[in-house]
Design a protein around this ligand. Structure first.
Ligand SMILES: CC(C)(COP(=O)(O)OP(=O)(O)OC[C@H]1O[C@@H](n2cnc3c(N)ncnc32)[C@H](O)[C@@H]1OP(=O)(O)O)[C@@H](O)C(=O)NCCC(=O)NCCS
Length: 192
């Protein structure tokens, strides 16, 4: 999962395009889910080869609280939170932004958590796309979230990632109207 996360972390391209330390992508978008919510991590594989994965949090508010308590402390020495000065001087630096997310995960919390308390991240390796892998992963996840009692799931995606938007629409998700900034949201009620 970590390898796929790094290989696809720049909107489907390798994270080395945007990060000096590509592993940071997995520290933020894959590993904390494996550590804190392993029951909602699913990998698609063919003949033992992983093709893609989906990770999710059932209760995003509680998940990010647990992250602060149990995940952030692991990085205090290796990847400390950026100082105010560093954040100002290196504002556009993706490594600095991810280090900040490691220690301030609540800044990733999306609105409308009562209606859509769950969130997800899905990534499929480039060579395996367009063959139903992502759809299979989301179907399994939606079922698992519904069984866990979640009323709805949402996610943030770059406004420029048009193929991901088409995918989420095909999966029955709706673009939410109250969007601003460089990311937009897709959401879907569950258990109906
Ligand atoms: C987005 C992503 C997860 C989709 O996974 P996938 O396995 O390629 O998607 P599927 O083959 O299961 O597609 C399911 C449906 O979504 C739609 N779809 C998927 N990719 C599409 C594209 N590029 N353009 C238009 N529609 C698309 C289609 O309707 C498709 O059904 P169909 O093939 O029967 O027409 C995958 O392309 C990916 O990992 N992309 C890079 C990383 C990324 O952007 N992740 C999301 C960040 S929020």
């Amino acid at each position: 999962m970590r390898r796929i996360c790094v290989a696809t972390g720049d909107a489907g391209e390798h994270a080395r395009n945007i990060l000096n330390e590509p592993e940071l992508m997995a520290h933020v978008f894959a590993s904390p889910y494996l550590a804190l919510q392993p029951d909602l991590c699913f990998v698609a594989e063919l003949a033992g080869q992983p093709l893609g994965y989906v990770v999710a949090a059932r209760d995003s508010v509680g998940f990010f609280r647990d992250w602060r308590r149990h995940w952030s402390p692991r990085f205090v020495h290796s990847h400390p939170a950026p100082t105010r000065r560093e954040s100002l001087l290196r504002a556009g630096d993706a490594d600095v932004q991810l280090r900040s997310l490691l220690h301030r995960p609540c800044s990733m919390l999306l609105p409308d958590t009562e209606t859509y308390p769950s969130h997800l991240h899905v990534n499929v390796l480039a060579g395996a796309r367009g063959r139903g892998v992502g759809a299979a992963l989301l179907r399994v996840l939606f079922q698992a979230l519904a069984e866990a009692g979640s009323p709805g799931v949402q996610l943030g995606v770059r406004a420029t990632n048009a193929s991901a938007h088409a995918f989420y629409r095909a999966m029955g998700m709706t673009r939410l109207s109250l969007d601003d900034g460089p990311a937009i949201r897709f959401a879907r009620p569950l258990g109906r």
